[in-house]
Design a protein around this ligand. Structure first.
Ligand code: NAD
Length: 437
C-alpha cells in the first residue's frame, strides 16, 4: 500500500518509519524544508531510541522517502495520515487546530480521486466532523472519507509502542475506509493486537480521556506523596501496595516532580476547554492541572529548604532537564518551571542532560551546561536529580560527595535511598514522599 504522512515530528516520523517496516510504501512530508533535507541525508531531527537504524533500513529498502512536495506525496496514496502539531491555544488552553486545518485544506485541494484522510494528530471531540465540512468546502467534488486514528505512543519508547500497541483505535464511518485501515494495520491484528473500531467522536474522546486519566493517576500519587512526607509513610511502598491491586495497576504511580511533556499538559487543558464548549465542567481534570502546578512549586520549596532557605549564589547542579528520560523533548518539562524559580531566588544553575541541550539551550536561560555529572558537581552546594536518565541511576556517590562544596542531594525521582546516599558522605538528602527515611 502507498501511504503518505503529513508532519514528520515525534508521531509522524515514528508512524512513517513503522508503517514502512510493516512493508507499506511510505512518503513523509513536512513543510519544514530543513527537516526534509536532513532526513534525506539520514539526519534525524529528534532523539528517539531505535528510530535511526529502522529509518535507515527502510530508506535502503526503498519503502520510505521524504519530500516537501505534498502533491508528489499524495500521488496514488491510499491513505493520508495527518500528524501535525496541535499545541495549546494561547488564552483559553484549547487545542490550536490551525496546522491541522491548513494541512487538510492543502491536501483536499491537491487530491484527485478517492482520498482517505486519517487524523493521527490529537484533536478534540467534534474536530473530525468539522474536517469533513472543511474538505467539502475546499474541494466540493472530492470523493473522500475521514478517519480518526489517535496515537498513543510514548516518547522514549515510541517504536516499541507503535509496533506492539495496547490497542489501535479507529473512528470510521464507511466500510471502504474501514477496509483500508484494516489493510494498513494488518501486520498488527495478525499478531492479535486489538484494533477497536468506533465512531469519530468516541475515538477522539478515548484519546483525551486516556491522557487525562494518566495525568490524574500521576497527580494522585504526587498528592499522596505529600501526605506521606507529613505522616512518615513511604510513598514507594504505598505505590507498590496500591499497584498490586489488579483494579489499580502499578504503572503511572511513581511520585515525582509533576508531569510534563508534549501531551498531558496540553491535552488536559484542551479537555477542560472542550468541557466548557459542551457545557460540562471537567472538574477532575481542572483540579489535576492545578495540583500539578503545585507539585512543581513544592519541589522548589524542597530545594530551598535543603539549602537552609539561603539561595543567593548557591550552586545547584541539576541532573536531567527533559520531561522524561530517553527523549530530547523539553515541552512543558518540570525543569522549565523549577529552574527559572531557583534562578529568580539567586541560585546559580548548572545542568547536565544526555540529550536535552539542543532543545533546552534556548528555553533555559542563564544556566551553565555540562557534559559530565562530576564536573558539574564540583564545588556545588546541591545536586538535584530531576529526570531519571539511566546515567544517573548508578552514580559514584562517594566521588560526587567529595567533589561538592557541601554534599546534599534532592532526589526528585526517588532513585536512591537516604541511608545509601548518606553512607557515601552526603550530609543531607531529600526525596519525594518518603517521610521517615
Ligand atoms: P511535532 O511538533 O513534533 O511535529 C509536527 C510536525 O508537523 C512538524 O515537523 C511541522 O513542521 C509539521 N507540520 C506542521 N504543519 C504542516 C503542514 N501543513 N504540512 C506538513 N507538515 C506540517 O508534533 P508531535 O509531537 O509529533 O505531535 C503531533 C500530533 O500527535 C499532536 O497532535 C500530538 O498531540 C499528537 N501526539 C503526540 C505524541 C507525542 O508523544 N509527541 C503522542 C501521541 C499523540
Amino acid at each position: 500500500m502507498k501511504i503518505s504522512i503529513v508532519g514528520t515530528g515525534y508521531v509522524g516520523l515514528v508512524s512513517g518509519v513503522c508503517f514502512s517496516d510493516f512493508g507499506h510504501n511510505v512518503v513523509c512530508v513536512d513543510k519544514d524544508n530543513q527537516r526534509i533535507e536532513d532526513l534525506k541525508k539520514g539526519i534525524i531531527p529528534i532523539y528517539e531510541p531505535e528510530l535511526e537504524p529502522l529509518l535507515k533500513k527502510n530508506v535502503k529498502a526503498k519503502r520510505l522517502s521524504f519530500t516537501n512536495n505534498l502533491e508528489d506525496a499524495l500521488k496514488d496514496s491510499e491513505a493520508i495520515f495527518i500528524a501535525v502539531g496541535t499545541p495549546s491555544r494561547r488564552g483559553d488552553g484549547g487545542a490550536d487546530l490551525t496546522y491541522v486545518h491548513e494541512a487538510v485544506k492543502e491536501i483536499a485541494k491537491l487530491s484527485k480521486g478517492y482520498s482517505l484522510f486519517v487524523t493521527k494528530s490529537t484533536v478534540p471531540v467534534g474536530s473530525n466532523r468539522n474536517l469533513i465540512k472543511i474538505i467539502k468546502k475546499s474541494n466540493p467534488n472530492l470523493d473522500f472519507d475521514v478517519v480518526s486514528n489517535p496515537e498513543f505512543l510514548r516518547e522514549g519508547a515510541a517504536i516499541d509502542d507503535f509496533m506492539k500497541p495496547d490497542r489501535v483505535i479507529v473512528g470510521v464511518e464507511s466500510d471502504k475506509a474501514k477496509k483500508i485501515m484494516l489493510d494498513i494495520y494488518k501486520p498488527l491484528y495478525l499478531r492479535d493486537f486489538p484494533i477497536m473500531f468506533t465512531d469519530l467522536e468516541s475515538a477522539e474522546t478515548i484519546k483525551y480521556a486516556a491522557n487525562a486519566f494518566l495525568a490524574t493517576k500521576i497527580t494522585f500519587i504526587n498528592e499522596i506523596a505529600q501526605l506521606c512526607e507529613k505522616s512518615g509513610a513511604n510513598v514507594k511502598d504505598v505505590s507498590k501496595g496500591m499497584g498490586l491491586d489488579g483494579r489499580i495497576g502499578s504503572k503511572f504511580l511513581h511520585a515525582g516532580p509533576g508531569y510534563g511533556g508534549s501531551c498531558f499538559p496540553k491535552d488536559a487543558s484542551a479537555l477542560v476547554e472542550t468541557g466548557k464548549r459542551l457545557n460540562t465542567e471537567m472538574l477532575i481534570t481542572k483540579t489535576v492541572i492545578d495540583v500539578n502546578e503545585r507539585v512543581k512549586a513544592r519541589m522548589v520549596d524542597k530545594i530551598v529548604s535543603l539549602l537552609g532557605g539561603e539561595m543567593k549564589d548557591k550552586i545547584i547542579s541539576i541532573f536531567g532537564v527533559t520531561f522524561k528520560p530517553n527523549t530530547d523533548d523539553m515541552r512543558e518539562a518540570p525543569s522549565l518551571v523549577i529552574i527559572p524559580a531557583l534562578i529568580n531566588k539567586g541560585a546559580k544553575i548548572r545542568v547536565v542532560d544526555p540529550k536535552g541541550y539542543n532543545e533546552g539551550k534556548d528555553l533555559l536561560k542563564g544556566v551553565e551546561w555540562f557534559n559530565d555529572v562530576y564536573k558539574s558537581a564540583e564545588n556545588s552546594d546541591l545536586v538535584v536529580i530531576l529526570t531519571e536518565w539511566n546515567e544517573f541511576r548508578a552514580l559514584d556517590l562517594e566521588k560526587l560527595a567529595k567533589l561538592m562544596k557541601i554534599p546534599r542531594m534532592a532526589d526528585l525521582r526517588n532513585i536512591y535511598s537516604k541511608e545509601e546516599v548518606l553512607s557515601f558522605g552526603f550530609t543531607e538528602y531529600d526525596s519525594v514522599g518518603r517521610g521517615k527515611e
